[in-house]
Ligand binder design. Structure first.
Ligand SMILES: Cc1cc2nc3c(=O)[nH]c(=O)nc-3n(C[C@H](O)[C@H](O)[C@H](O)COP(=O)(O)OP(=O)(O)OC[C@H]3O[C@@H](n4cnc5c(N)ncnc54)[C@H](O)[C@@H]3O)c2cc1C
Length: 512
């Protein structure tokens, strides 16, 4: 008599890769390796995500490189990376029809509302289907943090732990066939960019950080705010941290090794650069923690008194001029055009672009944030929304910082070389006028082959007037009853304990 086919599904466990595209210092991979159940290494291209206003093909190009590297690394451990395309919940449902999913390992994700809602949905479904969802902390972000005063202690002790070893033996599961990694040109990725993308992948992460710690980082602090130079002397590790080809802890360990092996001549200069980099890695966790502790900061002003400060209706002429680098302020336009093309610009210039949009053009941070999110290869929601709110003055706990685009231009690009590289309309304008071309006489405009208002826009607003107006609107709000009590509560939940980065109450105004 023929044997009855067995209906019992084979047991598997899954490592679900999200923004952690590596196998080194990777707790989910490590934990899965300790259990002798066949392990499916899964990455899901979530199509709905890629239609959202913060997502851009540029991010995908970086992820694409990183998945290729991840697949190679898994192959050396006789594992394959399985790519699925669709919604996460549907992918898990389909897999569960074929296999008995025992457990799923993943890092906790602190992303935007979209990923937060997706995690709630899949968690519910896992629970209903008795699938154990084992999540592990990401970097220095503490889930369920009760007391903000405890954060730094927890984060620092985590960063001092040993790196999690890369397992040699993972019980392979090769029966499931995935899709090929969607190409960089695939139509899934709706929002486009024109320009270049920093190369992704684990190998590139190691290469870039080694070159920083060997040579490039020597002038890190000196050039940190100079566009045109900082591209080379900053670490440029940000997209790798965002998409997880390297962990923060690995990076901190590398800087410790560097510091240990310095000779006397190098010591002074390198120590301060390494220490500055480490501070920024702490800020990174600090800002992501803000979003983890209060997810609403993606959509709502931290201080609710600022909620109606700027018009909800977008001034589309101002927005379009800002986004396309056509404001008539050469340095602002050069920075935006460079960002749009390269997918990166240094911290101070990001802050200046937001300051100009917020104080000079009075645009709401929620509207401008999407363009920047799409352009930044390193788009990291926790840093992004916290910084947007800080630089547009709506946290209630930070000093208002209004950047003067003309002063920044003289300070950071005195000869106008960066401006001329990106704003070709001004390439023949003499150095004396490059920062304020609207002051050129008719004769100079003719000689420079650049008529202001025709070849290049006249300044869109007057900066001094705009700042005067902005300050008066802010001071009215700060004086309102209850403002400070509310600010104190925000500080207690989200404020930094280690530096004067967050101030209370918000009375000061600093002009850069
Ligand atoms: C409005 C605005 C939006 C921003 N959005 C993002 C974002 O989406 N993703 C992002 O990674 N950074 C963001 N930043 C922070 C910062 O500009 C970038 O991290 C930095 O320019 C990346 O370049 P780098 O890797 O060469 O930095 P480095 O100066 O070499 O610093 C090393 C790392 O430290 C972290 N870091 C550096 N500066 C900061 C900072 N101010 N706050 C928090 N972490 C920091 C980053 O992970 C960075 O990769 C934003 C800043 C502003 C003002």
């Amino acid at each position: 008599m023929a044997e009855k086919p067995s209906t019992k599904k084979s047991e598997i466990q899954i490592v679900w890769f999200k923004k952690d595209l590596r196998i080194t210092d990777h707790m989910p991979v490590y934990k899965a390796s300790k259990i002798p159940i066949p392990t499916l290494m899964l990455y899901i291209v979530e199509t709905d995500y890629w239609s959202k206003p913060f997502a851009n093909r540029r991010h995908w190009c970086f992820i694409h490189d990183s998945l290729e590297d991840l697949a190679l690394d898994l192959a050396t451990h006789k594992q394959q990376l399985v790519i699925k395309i669709g919604s996460a919940i549907q992918v898990f449902k389909d897999l569960h029809l074929k296999y008995e999913i025992v457990q799923i390992f993943a890092h906790e994700e602190c992303g935007n509302r979209w990923t937060y809602d997706r995690d709630i949905e899949v968690r519910k479904w896992f629970l209903k289907n008795h699938i154990d969802f084992k999540e592990f902390p990401s970097n220095g972000v503490v889930r369920g943090l009760k007391d903000r005063n405890e954060w730094s202690k927890i984060r620092n002790s985590r960063m001092q732990e040993q790196l999690i070893p890369t397992p040699n033996n993972i019980t392979a599961f090769k029966a499931e066939i995935g899709s090929p990694i969607p190409s960089k040109k695939d139509n899934i990725f709706l929002n486009n960019f024109s320009g270049i993308v920093q190369k992704g992948g684990r190998r590139q992460a190691l290469k870039i950080i080694n070159s920083f710690l060997k040579i490039r980082g020597k002038n890190y602090l000196y050039n940190i705010s100079k566009p045109g130079k900082s591209e080379y002397t900053c670490s440029r590790i940000s997209p790798h941290l965002t998409w997880g080809t390297i962990s923060t802890k690995e990076l901190i360990n590398m800087t410790k090794d560097k510091a240990k092996n310095l000779d006397e001549n190098e010591s002074k200069i390198w120590k301060k650069n390494i220490s500055a980099l480490n501070s920024r890695l702490t800020w990174r966790c600090h800002f992501i923690q803000k979003l983890e502790s209060q997810p609403s900061i993606e959509f709502q002003c931290m201080h609710s008194y600022y909620e109606k400060l700027r018009d909800k209706q977008l001034n589309s002429n101002f927005y379009s001029a800002w986004k396309n680098g056509l404001t008539g302020y050469p340095f602002v336009d050069a920075c935006m055009r460079s960002l749009n093309y390269n997918g990166w610009i240094n911290f101070r210039m990001r802050a200046m672009l937001v300051s100009f949009a917020s104080y000079d053009l009075w645009l709401d941070w929620r509207k401008i944030g999407y363009h920047l999110a799409q352009m930044f290869t390193d788009y990291e929601p926790g840093i992004h929304y916290s910084q947007l709110q800080m630089q547009s003055g709506v946290t209630g706990i930070n000093t208002l910082r209004i950047y003067n685009p003309i002063k920044q231009s003289y300070d950071q690009d005195p000869k106008g070389e960066f401006i001329k590289k990106w704003v070709h309309e001004l390439e023949n304008v003499p150095e004396a006028w490059i920062h304020e071309p609207w002051k050129m006489s008719d004769g100079t405009q003719k000689k420079s082959k650049c008529y202001i208002g025709i070849d290049y826009p006249y300044k869109i607003v007057d900066h001094s007037e705009a700042v005067k107006d902005a300050k008066s609107r802010f001071s009215k709000i700060i004086k309102k009853e209850g403002f400070n009590q509310k600010a104190k509560k925000i500080f207690s939940k989200l404020g930094s304990r280690s530096r004067k980065r967050d101030n209370l109450p918000n009375k000061q105004l600093s002009l850069f």
